[in-house]
Design a protein around this ligand. Structure first.
Ligand code: NI
Length: 157
């Protein structure tokens, strides 16, 4: 298990566009394994490669409570979206903060899996939100630019 350091807001790398992955190399496999370890360790529902300082189009997501259903997406693209959901969103790169963001309620995503095979992932509600949030990271977009009103502090309950 290898954990990577999470870059936080203010770090320029989070604002950059990521490059496509053209070939599955050992370094990318290691990156994916480390991203999964890091996401689970931080109790996040998703993580994008730029958040660990790598400008490649790699995303991991797991919205299950058990944390036993990882989705690995390489070069993901949203090909369909519909509906609307408005809700709270946070990000491991924006610690102790959350904001209200309106997203599509359904998305269909085309991507490659860790074997570089084409896959289609469809999601609603939380999964749709996670897909949109993580794919935004690959374009250098943080949810804070889409949040309505002020962010709030999640440490004071
Ligand atoms: Ni995020």
């Amino acid at each position: 298990m290898a954990l990577r350091k999470i870059r936080t807001i203010g770090d320029e790398i989070l604002t950059k566009k990521c490059r496509e992955v053209t070939e599955m190399k050992p370094r990318i496999k290691e990156l994916i394994a480390d991203m999964l370890d890091t996401m689970y360790d931080e109790q996040g529902v998703g993580l994008a490669a730029p958040q660990v300082g790598v400008l490649k189009q790699v995303v991991v997501i797991d919205v299950t409570e058990e944390g036993n259903n990882p989705i690995i997406l390489i070069n993901p693209q949203i090909i369909e979206m519909s509906g609307e959901q408005k809700g709270q969103e946070g990000c491991l790169s924006v610690p102790n903060r959350a904001g209200i963001v309106t997203r599509a309620n359904y998305v269909k995503v085309k991507a490659l899996n860790e074997n570089m095979e084409e896959i289609i992932v469809e999601g609603e509600e939380l999964l749709a939100r996670a897909l949109q949030h993580e794919i935004d990271h690959l374009s250098g977009i943080l949810y804070v630019s889409k949040a309505e009103g002020e962010l709030f502090d999640t440490t004071q309950e």
